[in-house]
Design a protein. Structure first.
Lengths: 113, 109
């Protein structure tokens, strides 16, 4: 059974729309991450968290909010979606003190029209 | 900021041949991961290394923190090895991974 799951797997919205991407991990990991991946680029870190209620700013945070409600659940929020946020979004988890091996979800493809 | 330079950006291999992918780091990293993004868009974990080398089937990876590089060797390439390969490294100062831009590998019959 997959240890990191994401929903939805595909989402289409319009400019200005409100989108929530969900991630759940059953690895009992402390760290969770949200990345975006665009053609010709590696994954870029949006936000991450080292525990419930904690949020850390990543490298490309503009236009995104995130919330870690439990150890298992990490949400990415786009409150006013823009076409530049059309991308493939990955969630990941890792244990311990961070910097440990990351395990990725299957990805969510978001299209903003 | 920390940079990861991944090369080559694209690679074509005939079935049965091999090659090496490389990531150079601008600073000392304490661990590196290699992934393959398959045709369905999923990220497959290949290796996690804090030092030395690891081997798994036709794949072998090495990480030299002091010399600031990591390599991924593919031998006897098969059609199903096609995809985009990424390295990602985390430095000694924080817990954020930095990714290379990827190598698009195409294995041809």
């Amino acid at each position: 059974e997959a240890a990191v799951t994401q929903s939805p797997r595909n989402k289409v919205t319009v400019t200005g729309g409100n989108v929530t991407l969900s991630c759940r991990q059953t690895n009992s990991h402390n760290y969770m991450y949200w990345y975006r991946q665009d053609t010709g680029h590696g994954l870029r870190l949006i936000h991450y968290s080292y525990g419930a209620g904690n949020l850390q700013i990543g490298d490309v945070p503009d236009g995104y909010k995130a919330t870690r409600t439990t150890q298992e659940d990490f949400f990415l929020l786009l409150e006013l979606a823009s076409p530049s946020q059309t991308s493939l979004y990955f969630c990941a988890s890792s244990d311990g003190t961070g910097g440990a091996e990351q395990f990725f979800g299957p990805g969510t493809r978001l299209t903003v029209l | 900021g920390d940079q990861v330079e991944q090369s080559p950006s694209a690679l074509s291999l005939h079935e049965g041949t091999g090659s090496a992918l490389r990531c150079n780091f601008t600073t000392t990293m304490r661990a590196v991961q290699w992934f393959r993004k398959n045709s369905r868009g999923s990220l497959i974990n290949l290796f996690y290394l804090a030092s030395g080398t690891k081997e798994n089937g036709r794949l072998k990876s090495a990480f030299d923190s002091k010399e600031r590089y990591s390599t991924l060797h593919i031998r006897d390439a098969q059609l199903e090895d096609s995809g985009t390969y990424f390295c990602a490294a985390v430095n000694t100062g924080n817990y954020k991974y930095v990714f290379g831009a990827g190598t698009r590998l195409k294995v041809i019959a």
